[in-house]
Design a protein around this ligand. Structure first.
Ligand code: FAD
Length: 472
């Protein structure tokens, strides 16, 4: 028999359960659909779309040019393609975004009334959300019990599968469109730097994992919070598009370290757990991708200032660690996790702007933009999420900079105009005496902005605003 293999967020050949199962049955027709029926703001942002373009080119190569591409409403296209290719079975790995869940449910319902067999699999999570519950049957809302009592007590994640021994393609005429016709690349080429930094695709993902396992993983516990060093795996965009499965990472690490006690390994695996938790929340509380998880925040008195938002987006707030982070995002499509929290706290608390303003900017600029993790990250920062940082915990960006970028490598790299400032003032140039600034060749307000807000006053303002909803 011939099967339609529908690639979605599983753009890989290794450890792809749906692909393995489809190949076990016989010949396949591999397809990818750029689903334009997704809610407009959940279609891939600019950086992510650039990544997808590259990743599809890579996957097509791995499939010897047999990948057929389509653009349109996937829910409508699938029945048409099944009919056109005269196949009676379809394979896919499950997605968990609320709109994909709806689409797939509807599709399954439609196909149920025909002779088509639908086979779906778990290809992107260690533990699917529907398999983990509290004792009373309800979903967890707090990470630690979710991970320790739920996940770690559940059956071990699936061991990665070898790639199909042989992939045989059905001999059908090509009906898909050319990659360029998916219109994933932006009309202005802003992506040259990003292009030089990342290697989208399954091979790039495997290389990234090997590089991480070759050394940085050993120091993960102590270095993962230092943005000036490459102390984390940078696997997030690869994981987002499923160029590598979390199972491959999980077992590569277990294979190397066994069950020996190791703080770095435990911490790293629990970060994968945070990814799982984000998907878990999105699945069980689908409204959380659009709304405050904690409804109290519906009454929060957010501010909006176009000028301040643009200054934040462009890395011109006058707060060095915040500016360095926002410039890293713009230049590389990625920000270090510690700095995501710092720039997020600054936007939501010091500038008092809605977390969705930040979430949208990240969505467009991040190569790893992911509906579950981005929403969870922003709601965590804002204090409106499940198991979030309490609102009254306002990050002090000066102290954060001094603690995590002690020698200032990170700030000096992304804000080179501050390069000659002594370490003592690097994270607070406004406190430097005029002669120190002069010596460093900086005029505040000209070479580098004056701070957009007073950190103390804006912190106070945030806490006062929070007080208004406390009792709600
Ligand atoms: P590593 O430290 O090497 O961690 C390994 C993997 O674990 C990551 O690739 C990622 O898949 C997962 N992970 C690590 N930390 C988290 C976390 N806090 N939440 C969920 N998963 C995690 N991550 C995204 O993948 N996409 C996003 O759009 C995204 N937006 C974020 C927005 C904000 C405001 C914040 C605070 C965090 C966000 N994160 C997001 C989570 C985290 O910052 C990134 O996953 C991480 O920085 C990716 O770098 P890495 O691969 O080197 O991580």
């Amino acid at each position: 028999p011939v099967s339609l293999m529908w690639f979605r967020k599983d753009l890989r050949v290794k450890d792809n359960p749906a692909l393995n199962a489809a190949c076990d049955e016989g010949k396949i027709i591999p397809i990818y659909i750029h689903d334009t029926a997704a809610p407009q703001d959940h279609l891939p942002g600019e950086a992510s779309a650039w990544w997808l373009h590259q990743s599809l080119a890579q996957l097509n190569e791995r499939l010897n040019g047999h990948l057929q591409l389509f653009r349109g409403n996937a829910g409508e296209l699938i029945p048409q393609l099944l009919e056109h290719f005269e196949v009676d079975r379809i394979f896919w790995n499950r997605c968990y975004e609320p709109w994909s869940v709806k689409r797939d449910k509807k599709l399954k319902q439609t196909l149920k009334n025909s002779s088509i067999q639908v086979h779906s699999f778990n290809g992107s999570l260690l533990w699917e959300p529907m398999t983990i519950a509290k004792k009373d049957g309800g979903p967890y809302k707090v990470f630690t019990p979710y991970y320790k009592k739920g996940c770690l007590q559940a059956p071990e994640p699936r061991y990665p599968k070898a790639p199909p021994g042989r992939i045989t393609y059905a001999d059908v005429p090509h009906k898909g469109v050319a990659l360029a016709e998916l219109e994933l690349l932006p009309s202005i080429n802003w992506y040259d730097t990003i292009d030089s930094l990342w290697q989208p695709g399954e091979e790039g993902a495997a290389d990234r994992l090997s590089a991480f396992l070759s050394e940085p993983v050993e120091y993960y516990h102590s270095e993962r919070d230092i943005p000036g060093v490459e102390g984390t795996s940078r696997l997030s965009p690869h994981l987002h598009w499923g160029e590598i499965s979390p199972n491959q990472i999980w077992y590569a690490i277990k294979g190397k370290y066994g069950d020996q006690e190791n703080k770095s390994i435990e911490t790293y695996l629990s970060e994968l757990g945070w990814r799982e938790f984000s998907y878990y929340l999105m699945f069980h509380f689908p409204h959380f991708v659009e709304e405050n998880f904690n409804e109290k925040f519906n009454h929060f008195n957010w501010r909006y200032s176009e000028t301040e938002l643009v200054a934040w987006q462009q890395g011109k707030t006058g707060i060095p660690i915040v500016d360095a982070g926002m410039r890293q995002l713009w230049q590389t499509g990625w920000i270090h996790n510690r700095v995501r929290m710092i720039v997020g706290s600054f936007l939501v608390k010091n500038l008092l702007m809605h977390w969705q303003q930040g979430e949208q900017w990240f969505w467009d600029c991040l190569v790893d933009a992911d509906l579950a993790s981005n929403t969870a990250g922003w709601q965590w920062v804002a204090g409106s999420g499940a198991d979030a940082a309490p609102y009254f915990r306002v990050f002090n960006p000066v102290l954060q900079g001094e603690k995590f970028d002690k020698q200032g490598e990170y700030v000096r790299h992304y804000c080179p105009e501050l390069k000659s400032l002594p370490d003592k003032f690097l994270h607070k140039p406004w406190e430097a005496k005029p002669e120190v600034l002069k010596e460093a060749g900086i005029t505040l307000g000209k070479d580098y902005p004056e701070p957009l807000v007073d950190l103390k006053q804006s912190r106070r303002r945030a806490l006062d605003t929070f007080d208004e909803i406390k009792g709600k």
